[in-house]
Design a protein around this ligand. Structure first.
Ligand code: X2X
Length: 339
C-alpha cells in the first residue's frame, strides 16, 4: 500500500482533532474481534461522528468483544482502493456511494438517476422499501454484506471557480470532476460537459490546481471538506440524491457469532438514522455559512436540466442498461415516468 504525503498529513491532523477516533491499542489487542471501518469523508462530517458513537456503543454492548477502528478521510486509500480492500478483507467495513459501487454491482446506481427523487420523503420511502431491498439483493450477489439502512450523503449541488450554472447550456464544455462511476460520466456527457473521473481523495487538489473547474457534492461535504476555499460559485441544482451503503466483508461478518452480528447491525442502522437527520439539518442551514465563506449562490429550475437529459437519450439508455424490472421499481418509487 502506498500512502502519499498528503493522506498521511490528513491522517495526522485527523488523529489530533478527534482523539476518540483512535481506540486504544490495548483495547484493540484484548478484543476478540478488532475490525477496521474505512471511509472517504472528513472527521467533521456527521457520517464519521455517528459512526464513532456507534463504535463506542458496539464496544459497550458486546462487553469489549467487538472493537471497530475508524479510518476516515481516505487514510487507507481512495474509494477504488477501499472497495478492493473490503472485498479482500483488508478492511472489514466500508461505506460507499451506490454509484461508485456500480463499478462492481452494475444496478446499484439505480438510486442515483438524475432528477429522479423530488424530496427526502420519497428517498427514504424508496431506499427503506422495495428499491433498497432490490439493490441490497444485488449487492449480496456480489458477495458483500450490506446493512439495511443506507446513510445519507444528500442532494448534490454544483460548484465552479468559473461562474454560476443557471441553465443546461452553462454545462456545455464545463470541466467538471465526477466520482468514478459510469452513471456520473454519462450524465455529464449528456449535458455535453467534459467530465473527469477523480476519486474524492484527490478532489481538493484537482480544484486547487485547476485540473478541473468544478465539481458537484451536497452542502455538508462542500463545507466539511472545505471546498469553498477552492470554489467560488455554488449552484443549487439538486441534480441527484446520493447516499452511502454500509458494506462488510462477508468472511469477517460471518466470523461474528449471531448475537454479536445483531448488536453490530442494530447500532450501525440506528446511527444511520441519526446521521440522516444530522445531514438534513446541516444541508438546510449551511447556505448562510457558505456565503460567509465567500461563495456566491444561485438557485436553478430542474425542468430544463431534466429535459436536456431526456433529449440526449439519458433516461432511455439507462432504462435499457438496468432492464425493465429495475426501472419499474425506480419509477414506482419516484411516482413518475422518467423516460
Ligand atoms: O466522491 C464524492 O464526491 C462523494 C464524497 O460525494 C462520494 O463519496 C460519492
Amino acid at each position: 500500500m502506498t500512502i502519499s504525503r498528503r493522506t498521511l498529513l490528513q491522517g495526522t491532523a485527523a488523529a489530533a482533532t478527534i482523539g476518540s477516533f483512535h481506540i486504544g491499542r490495548a483495547e484493540a489487542q484484548t478484543a476478540e474481534f478488532t475490525y477496521k471501518y474505512a471511509n472517504n469523508l472528513p472527521v467533521a462530517h456527521p457520517m464519521n461522528i455517528r459512526a464513532n458513537e456507534a463504535a463506542e456503543k458496539i464496544k459497550q454492548d458486546t462487553k469489549g468483544r467487538v472493537v471497530i477502528q475508524i479510518f476516515p478521510n481516505n487514510q487507507l486509500g481512495s474509494d477504488t482502493d477501499m472497495l478492493s480492500q473490503v472485498r479482500s478483507g483488508g478492511v472489514e467495513f466500508f461505506t460507499l456511494s451506490p454509484l461508485i459501487l456500480s463499478t462492481l454491482v452494475p444496478n446499484a446506481s439505480l438510486s442515483g438517476i438524475g432528477f429522479a427523487f423530488p424530496n427526502y420523503d420519497a428517498v427514504w420511502k424508496a431506499l427503506d422499501g422495495e428499491l433498497g431491498a432490490y439493490v441490497r439483493g444485488q449487492i449480496g450477489k456480489a458477495n458483500l454484506v450490506v446493512m439495511d439502512k443506507i446513510w445519507d450523503n444528500g442532494f448534490r449541488q454544483m460548484t465552479s471557480s468559473k461562474g454560476p450554472i443557471n441553465t443546461p447550456d452553462d454545462l456545455k464544455g464545463f470541466k467538471i470532476r465526477v466520482p468514478v462511476s459510469p452513471l456520473w460520466t454519462s450524465m455529464f456527457t449528456a449535458f455535453q460537459s467534459a467530465p473527469a473521473s477523480i476519486n474524492f481523495a484527490e478532489v481538493y487538489t484537482a480544484l486547487q490546481t485547476k485540473v478541473v473547474d468544478g465539481q458537484e457534492n451536497p452542502l455538508a461535504i462542500i463545507a466539511t471538506a472545505k471546498l469553498f476555499e477552492v470554489q467560488k460559485y455554488l449552484s443549487m441544482t439538486n441534480h441527484m440524491w446520493d447516499g452511502f451503503w454500509f458494506l462488510a466483508n462477508r468472511r469477517a461478518w460471518e466470523k461474528l457469532p449471531e448475537d454479536l452480528r445483531k448488536i453490530v447491525a442494530k447500532n450501525l442502522d440506528d446511527a444511520a438514522l441519526l446521521e440522516r437527520a444530522d445531514v438534513a439539518k446541516l444541508n438546510a442551514g449551511l447556505k448562510d455559512e457558505l456565503v460567509s465563506k465567500g461563495m456566491v449562490i444561485n438557485d436553478t429550475q430542474a425542468a430544463p436540466f431534466r429535459d436536456a437529459l431526456r433529449k440526449a437519450g439519458f433516461y432511455a439508455d439507462w432504462k435499457k442498461k438496468y432492464g425493465d424490472e429495475a426501472w419499474a421499481i425506480l419509477e414506482k418509487a419516484v411516482g413518475s415516468s422518467l423516460s
